[in-house]
Design a protein around this ligand. Structure first.
Ligand code: RP5
Length: 165
């Protein structure tokens, strides 16, 4: 695996890890080097600016940012970098993640965040989308993504009867 992290996987709180760990697991499965950090838009705003502002120079090529509630992290990161930013809405306790989703998806024109589904599915798909982006430059990542998809298809086709466990 390339030692230089290509993906920055960040989240607003340690409490988001149970969701974002699914992104990390998927990146691992694809052999994509990544770093993991807690960076809070509200509790550590200076760190957010420093992280996003230096990400490209440090060699990151995609940022996955997960947050819940008033989820400003992905949008604020995107405002400070031209790297692709993928936002994962964490399923909040109070509003079931609808707050997170709407906070992340409703960006003003000019500052994009690629917003994924709420929760685990969004975390997994953020990693797969990062692989799809990186695959244009790294053939081994494109091949790993293709193999992942083929294994997924094969496992569904191998178990067609839902009554059999
Ligand atoms: C957000 O507030 C985080 O992304 C997290 O989803 C939410 C709650 O954080 P904690 O109070 O659990 O640290 O900033």
């Amino acid at each position: 695996m390339n030692a230089q992290p290509l993906v920055g996987l960040i989240m607003g709180s340690r409490s988001d890890w149970s969701t974002l760990e699914h992104a990390a697991t998927t990146l691992d499965a694809l052999g994509i080097a990544h770093e993991v950090r807690v960076v809070s838009a509200h509790r550590t705003p200076d760190l957010l600016f420093e992280y996003a502002g230096s990400a490209e120079a440090r060699g990151l090529e995609v940022i996955i940012a997960g947050a819940g509630g008033a989820a400003h992290l992905p949008g604020m990161v995107s405002s400070k970098t031209v790297l692709p930013v993928l936002g994962v809405p964490v399923q909040s306790a109070a509003l079931n993640g609808m707050d997170s989703l709407l906070s992340i998806v409703q960006m003003p024109g000019g500052i994009p965040v690629g917003t994924l589904a709420i929760g685990k599915a969004g975390a997994i798909n953020a990693a797969l989308l990062a692989a799809a982006i990186l695959g244009g430059k790294y053939p081994e990542i494109r091949a790993a993504l293709r193999a992942f998809r083929e294994r997924q298809t094969d496992s569904v086709l191998a178990d067609p009867d839902p009554r059999v466990t």
